[in-house]
Ligand binder design. Structure first.
Ligand code: ATP
Ligand code: MG
Length: 622
């Protein structure tokens, strides 16, 4: 194949349906530039395509242009002037890219070609996508086409298939009933075409229930739908044996829980609903609504795997960085500056003094190494600063910045690397750690930042004025709200809750205040939730909060040291006790990382944190 020949056949041109069908019949991956008659194909990318074609020189890679005006199958693209590239494998749409973004186009071509080869050469499954920007029209018109899903893969549905969108609502998810409900759904003969977990913001919940905006109880509905994660399921009946929308509505029963219990005791809402609007599950009312709801949960074409955002973001990842004790003491600020300047986001951080046992556990794959004793000593001589760093390709970038792990080599070969620059006198071991691979990163991150639950309370002084703001902040900071109730605490509960302070002079005032009006009690969940929520609240005394952590909730909202707006458990142990005493249930989290328990350290930290060395908590609530 000469370059000249390639040039002449670079893009096959299709201007009518017949030619288009020929394009689709081509074996391999075809990258199609869809264009409008009046503006012609995208010239900006031609040299790029030629370059890629020359570099890859692959018989399975083809390029085509398609004029939307003349091709019926592309009528949905008529009148859209943004450059659009469609990727077809075996005649099926496998990717969409809008905009002439050359690097992204190149990445997608390489990526999609590799996928198509897996399909053709190794019998892999082809992931078909829907161009969601057009999906709604298609679905409404054709009564079902292809469904796709943001999480576990793409499921194609024959055009004739009837489907519905089912939601297991936050109330049932929070009670830990989702799995049981899903089993019942499957037992009842529904086919789950797609599933995913979503936490709706308040605004999204409003949009979702727009049609009920004028009904009584709308606000409660919005609150309940945005109070935590929901499970979204796309359901159908196998072989189209019955209409999925109707079958699901029958299965869940009447919206009003009392009515469901009376008339349809076997229905899901009778079994799992508690009281309106907490009726556990949702279903689309009809096929049109199912189409709208599908588009609602998957609104952005790029949220479909295999399309643009996927390619852009697939490499956004996290890595664990450690600054060992000596450097954490001497060079912390300078190292953090380097990290931030290099495009990393500091997603989580905590300072922790590891016991020898914990350090051994963390480095268990290194115990046999000659330098292990030195490493152990280096790790346990004081507080380590643990950081979760996020950016695309984080693992590789951080490793590159660190340089060789052997200090002498680092200094000789790469004197500019962080390990060479921030070595510590008197320590033969380098001062900085980074995960080796994304897999190792996820294990190491959960070692230092296990998922925890904590009890949070919006106290009576803040409920009326600041509740929404605080809830929004909780979500923005990445906490999941697992339970939420607004209630007036009884004297007995308040006394029990603060029993550790019963000898304090302010105790009776405190109990009085806590019973003076309703509180919002919540179970929050996040990695390192106990410390994270305490850092979000800030110091007990708002004057101190204003001086030291001006962004914290108490700095912004609290009235005084008594009426300080929010509460958070002070340790993991207290969190479990408080959740038990308020919600009467143990925490839903079984922390597997309890084996390498950081609890002792956390308690020490708690004392420091609550005492006068507030600075020792590295997490200034930003
Ligand atoms: P919380 O336990 O409510 O999350 P905290 O852990 O920051 O707050 P604690 O020392 O446990 O603070 O005190 C419990 C609560 O008692 C405080 O949040 C505050 O409402 C009240 N309190 C603490 N110190 C005083 C004080 N000196 N005068 C009045 N009230 C106080
Ligand atoms: Mg406390």
């Amino acid at each position: 194949m000469t370059a000249k020949r390639k040039e002449t056949i670079l893009q096959v041109s299709a201007t009518n349906q017949e030619q288009w069908e020929e394009v689709l019949a081509t074996k391999g991956l075809t990258v199609v530039d869809v264009y409008q008659h009046w503006c012609g194909p995208c010239r900006a990318v031609i040299s790029l395509l030629r370059k890629i074609n020359n570099e890859l020189g692959d018989d399975l890679l083809h390029f085509a242009t398609a004029e939307a005006d003349g091709i019926d199958a592309l009528r949905k693209y008529r009148g859209k002037c943004e450059p659009t590239f469609l990727f077809y494998g075996g005649g099926q749409l496998v990717g969409v890219l809008r905009g002439a973004d050359a690097p992204l186009l190149q990445r997608m071509i390489v990526d999609q070609l590799a996928k198509e080869k897996l399909v053709l050469e190794h019998g892999g499954q082809r992931k078909v996508v829907v161009d969601n920007e057009l999906a709604l029209d298609e679905i409404v018109e054709q009564g079902g086409h292809q469904l796709s899903e943001g999480g576990d893969g793409i499921i194609a549905v024959p055009a004739s298939k009837s489907y519905t969108v089912a939601v297991i609502k936050p109330d049932a998810v929070a009670r830990g009933e989702a799995d049981e409900i899903i089993t019942k759904i499957q037992d009842a003969g529904f086919e789950i075409l797609a599933r995913g977990e979503r936490t709706l913001t308040e605004a999204q919940a409003r949009e979702f229930y727009q049609r009920k905006a004028t009904e009584d109880g709308f606000e409660d509905l919005v609150q309940s739908m945005s109070s935590g994660p929901s499970h979204i399921l796309v359901l159908s009946k196998p072989d189209n044996s019955s209409d999925a929308v109707e079958a699901w509505l029958r299965f869940i029963g009447p919206a009003d829980v009392d009515e469901a219990r009376r008339r349809k005791p076997e229905s899901l809402r009778a079994q799992y609903g508690t009281r309106t609007p907490f009726n556990a599950v949702h279903g689309s009312e009809d096929a049109n609504q199912a189409g709208r709801e599908l588009a609602f949960f998957f609104p952005d074409p790029r949220s479909v795997p295999g399309t643009a955002r996927d390619a852009e973001e697939e490499r956004v990842e996290r890595t664990l960085a450690l600054i060992r004790p000596l450097a954490a003491r001497e060079d912390r600020e300078e190292i953090l500056t380097h990290i931030k300047k290099s495009g990393f986001q500091l997603s989580l951080q905590r300072e922790v003094t590891l016991t020898e046992e914990q350090a051994r556990e963390f480095y268990k794959h290194r115990v046999e190494d000659d330098d292990f004793p030195a490493l152990l000593q280096s790790m346990t001589r004081g507080p380590v600063l643990a950081l979760v760093l996020t950016r695309e390709d984080a693992v590789r970038h951080w490793k590159n910045m660190l340089g060789p792990s052997d200090l002498r080599r680092a200094k000789e070969e790469d004197p500019e690397c962080l390990r060479a620059r921030f070595s510590a006198e008197g320590d033969p071991v380098n001062q900085l750690h980074g995960s080796q691979s994304p897999e190792e990163a996820s294990g190491e991150i959960s070692f230092f930042f296990p998922v925890q639950q904590t009890l949070a309370v919006i106290k009576p002084d803040a409920v009326d004025q600041h509740k929404d703001k605080i809830l929004q902040e909780i979500r923005d900071r990445g906490f999941s709200i697992r339970r939420l109730e607004e209630k007036l605490l009884s004297r007995e509960t308040a006394e029990g809750f603060y029993k550790e302070h019963r000898k304090q002079p302010f105790f009776s005032q405190l109990v009085e205040f806590m019973c003076s009006g309703p509180s919002v009690v919540m179970i929050l969940e996040k990695e390192n939730a106990v410390e994270e929520w305490r850092a979000t609240m800030g110091p007990t005394d708002p004057d101190r909060a204003k001086a030291e952590f001006p962004d914290s909730l108490r700095a912004r909202l609290a009235l005084d040291v008594l009426r300080n707006s929010v509460h958070g458990s002070s340790s993991r142990k207290r969190a479990q006790e408080e959740i038990q005493s308020i919600f009467g249930e143990p925490t839903g989290i079984t922390e597997t990382s309890d084996e390498h328990s950081n609890e002792a350290t956390l308690d020490e930290q708690k004392q420091q944190y609550e005492g006068d060395t507030h600075e020792s908590n590295p997490h200034s609530p930003a």
